[in-house]
Design a protein around this ligand. Structure first.
Ligand SMILES: [Zn+2]
Length: 359
């Protein structure tokens, strides 16, 4: 990616909030809204690395806002450091995904003791507040500012180790329920502390709750009830139902995902959007699933255009609405040219009045 190349906002005639409202009310808009987010890959836009992005709030703020301006993103956001809030030490390497240094050995008494008194003053929350305040101040009036967090079940997997979690599902189910429940409580206390703060929406990423790792029955017992609790708090605080992203195969839990109270079901690129649309029905917005690796990282500009076109065609049949976005996290080395191709195609396909028949 190249810093400072204006490809996004230069052709816009509406702010993201104006566009979102116009689209929802079927009034003329400059282009359809999208949910594409760069995540950690935004660090590259300012020539920064992942460690700086995560550890230096000034850098994260600058990278997020530069990516927003450069590509014409429709929202900005940051992430609650939930793993650190429950006691894990996270290592941030410069050029790869953050990981936990030593997985935690938590006794049941340790789990009981988990919790935070005041999310506003907690030392591990300092960077989060700094980034969030900066985003709200810079673009809060024009763009939705979202807050994301790992799903409760996935956070449990991260902090004690996914393999151990999988063993405990079978051998010590009560332990897992207790741990996931406690993580959910901590998350809800942070969400509640955001009441009246100006956050437009919340979202979770729950990769360990995937059908690739656990059965639908396990999802219904260990993940879904806690997502539901968390989503209740998120909906109350933001006044809008949250987005639920589960990686990999979610074919057998799509209806469950809807039943959690999520307003937007975000699916992986391995999922067939036609099937997702048929399952979700009118109950939520469908979002996804441009392929972040095969298309965005390794594909040509033509591949990018075709992937987006296919997603828009299939997504447009969603009765509860569709928002184009990536099928999962965007790789760090995604070429700038492919992002330019993506947003060029979005402007071409998504002009008012959007008509999927013309794609
Ligand atoms: Zn994913």
């Amino acid at each position: 990616m190249v810093a400072g190349v204006a490809v996004g906002h230069s052709r816009e005639t509406m702010t993201p909030k104006e566009r979102r409202n116009a689209f929802a009310e079927n009034r003329p808009y400059d282009r359809i809204p999208h949910g594409f987010a760069l995540g950690d890959a935004a660090s590259r836009v300012i020539g920064s690395n992942m460690a700086e992005f995560h550890c230096d709030p000034e850098k994260q703020l600058k990278a997020t806002l530069t990516a927003y301006k450069t590509y014409g993103l429709d929202s900005v956001g940051t992430t609650i450091p939930i793993q650190e809030l429950v006691g894990a030490t996270v290592i941030y390497p410069p050029y790869s995904t953050p990981y936990i240094r030593d997985t935690l050995e938590l006794s049941e008494a340790d789990i009981d003791a988990l919790g935070i008194d005041d999310p506003k003053s907690h030392p591990k929350m300092k960077r989060f507040w700094q980034v969030l305040d900066g985003l709200l101040e810079a673009v809060g009036a024009e763009a939705p500012v979202s807050v994301s967090v790992g799903g409760p079940f996935s956070v449990a997997g991260r902090v004690i180790g996914t393999e151990k979690l999988m063993r405990k599902l079978l051998k010590e189910p009560e332990y897992v329920l207790k741990l996931v429940g406690k993580i959910t409580e901590v998350q809800i206390s942070v969400v509640n502390s955001l009441e009246g703060y100006g956050v437009s929406s919340f979202g979770i990423t729950d990769p360990v709750a995937s059908g690739t790792l656990i059965s639908p029955e396990q999802y219904r017992k260990f993940a879904k009830p806690y997502e539901k609790k968390l989503f209740n708090a998120m909906t109350r605080v933001a006044g809008r139902k949250p987005q639920c992203h589960i990686c990999g195969d979610t074919n057998r839990i799509l209806r469950d995902m809807v039943e959690t109270g999520a307003g937007s079901i975000s699916v992986d690129n391995m999922m067939d959007l036609d099937y997702v649309v048929s399952q979700v029905g009118t109950d939520a917005v469908v979002t996804g699933n441009v392929n972040p690796t095969e298309t965005m990282l390794s594909g040509t500009s033509k591949d990018v255009r075709e992937d987006l076109r296919n997603c828009l065609k299939k997504g447009s049949r969603a009765l509860g609405g569709y928002t184009p976005s990536f099928g999962c996290g965007l790789p760090l080395n995604t070429p700038h040219e492919n992002l330019v191709a993506l947003f060029d195609a979005l402007w071409e396909f998504g002009k008012y009045p959007f008509n999927p028949e013309n794609l």
